[in-house]
Design a protein around this ligand. Structure first.
Ligand code: SAM
Ligand code: SF4
Length: 473
């Protein structure tokens, strides 16, 4: 057993390695070291990989020097993500010279995209394993130990790793991620995910519920249901043939315990239904927060992106969310400088941000990816300086919107789940509201612990954080 994890789509977590459970009594003969890059799905996959390796007699280490196997779970979403991993690989050269028997493996989207070519380009690499082939890792390691390079990048139509209990690493013991589906069938023109993670498939609902129940039994207080497009979750159990939609899955997880907070990510604006919104409204413990990536505010650009909604349709969806759940927070992903984007299109993006009043956004400039629809169909014709300037305008506007939203919370009281001591002072707690806002507040004399719910009144704020005080009821 290892202890558990908080994972946020967070630049500061890129390349983070897993810590072994301090009290793990097993005397492992071999050790693996794993670093994860990219989205939450990759961090979640690394826990599945850790579980498979543990079964095979490998213990985790955070000390790269003592590792027999180094794994990089990689991301291909933007060019920079791949460059970061390539640079990291060069840092292993010296280590490999000193310890030639040590194996280096590339997992995840970059492995899938480049396949055996990675072995030619990166001599150091012994293993290349795609996201659907992790069960074959033990056999591939045997091959690699015998001197043959191990490659498996076969994508699957049904692999969901449903039966594998993820080894929770680096955990705070309070929040955990639960993968509910894999792959993606939406061919967004800019996106490499459908090529690196394959067709969409939903995980057996029963195994999801079981995993959440086990988390509750182990003291967890929050689960985030993960998928590239959670709203298209659809599973038909053989036993009764009754289809489970995302709304019904959400409800089944919510009723496990009123003490368990439920979050989910990511929603596609075209697929999130009224059913989901009503289910969220009905259950206090389903967090009032939706990540609803818009990508662009221009209907013309959205068409080129193949997003299957218009500006007006998206705005109506925002209205609907606020109508069913006043006070629900919304965040977004935004891309600047997609092919043919004009200043007018860019203004449309800034306008829609103001309309939606996003609490938070992940913001990127467009990075052409080989093999995507956009790369095959369109010219990447917006100059880099323009993409970057527009991105800066988007970032600046988001800063103002976040600050404004935080100011509107002044004087309000929120239920906060305490996650840990604040990074700045161990006299303060850090937690989150249902709306996913970080709140920092003095511990005072009260004896609270991480995992407790407390009522906190907001007394001050910055752009990124609310500052509060505990309210006694
Ligand atoms: N499935 C989710 C969705 O549809 O919103 C997230 C997919 S992706 C892992 C996360 C974000 O990366 C996307 O929402 C998009 O904003 C961004 N992204 C994807 N491809 C990109 C590209 N080629 N250039 C820049 N940003 C990109
Ligand atoms: Fe990529 Fe679109 Fe699928 Fe998200 S929904 S993973 S952006 S193709």
């Amino acid at each position: 057993m290892f202890d558990l994890v908080t994972k946020v789509h967070d630049e500061t977590r890129q390349g983070e390695s897993f810590a072994p459970f301090a009290q793990d009594p097993t005397a492992y003969k071999r050790r693996f070291y794993i670093e994860s890059y990219g989205c939450q799905m990759n961090f979640s996959d690394s826990e599945i990989v850790a579980s498979i390796l543990q079964q095979d007699g490998f213990g985790a280490t955070r000390n790269i020097e003592e590792a027999d196997l180094i794994l990089l779970n990689t991301c291909s979403i933007r060019e920079k993500a791949e460059q970061t991993v390539r640079k990291r690989l060069t840092e292993f050269k010296k280590l490999k010279k000193q310890k030639p028997a040590m194996l280096v493996g590339m997992l995840g989207c970059m492995a899938e995209r480049l396949k055996a070519k990675l072995l030619e380009e990166e001599r150091l690499v012994d293993l290349v394993v795609g996201p659907d082939a992790y069960r074959t890792l033990p056999a591939l390691i045997v091959e690699a130990v015998s001197g043959q390079k191990g490659v498996n990048v076969l994508l699957s139509r049904d692999e969901t790793y449903a039966d594998i209990a993820p080894v929770r690493l680096n955990s705070n013991g309070i929040t955990a991620f639960v993968s509910i589906m894999r792959g993606c069938n939406n061919m967004c023109a800019f996106c490499v995910v459908p090529f690196t993670r394959g067709r969409e498939r939903s995980r057996d609902a029963e195994s999801i519920i079981k995993e959440c129940q086990e988390l509750v039994a182990a003291g967890y207080k929050e689960v985030t249901l993960l998928g590239q497009n959670v709203d298209s979750y659809y599973f038909v159990p053989e036993a009764d043939g009754k289809a489970v939609t995302f709304a019904s899955l959400l409800e089944q997880v919510a009723i496990i315990s009123p003490q368990l907070r439920v979050r989910f990510s990511t929603s596609h604006p075209k697929d999130i239904t009224d059913d989901v919104l009503h289910t969220m409204a009905k259950h206090h413990n389903i967090c009032k927060y939706i990540h609803l990536p818009v990508q662009s505010g221009s209907t013309r650009i959205l068409g080129l992106m193949n997003r299957n909604y218009s500006r007006e349709w998206y705005m109506a969806k925002i209205d609907r969310i606020k109508e069913i759940m006043p006070g629900c927070a919304i965040s977004s992903d935004i891309i600047s400088g997609f092919c043919t984007e004009t200043e007018e299109d860019h203004q449309d993006t800034l306008d829609i941000m103001k309309y939606a009043k996003y609490e938070m956004s992940y913001m990127f400039f467009y990075s052409e990816r080989p093999g995507t629809l956009a790369q095959r169909r369109y010219e990447d014709d917006v100059p880099l300086v323009t993409k970057k300037r527009r991105l800066q305008e988007i970032v600046d506007l988001q800063g103002k919107l976040s600050h404004q939203s935080n100011k509107e919370d002044l004087g309000k009281t929120f239920e906060v789940l305490i996650e840990a001591s604040s990074k700045k002072s161990d006299k303060q707690w850090m937690g989150r509201s249902s709306q996913n806002k970080v709140i920092v507040f003095e511990k005072g004399n009260a004896t609270h612990n991480p995992g407790d719910y407390v009522q906190v009144k907001v007394i001050d704020c910055t752009q990124a954080t609310l500052i509060g005080e505990i309210v006694n009821y």
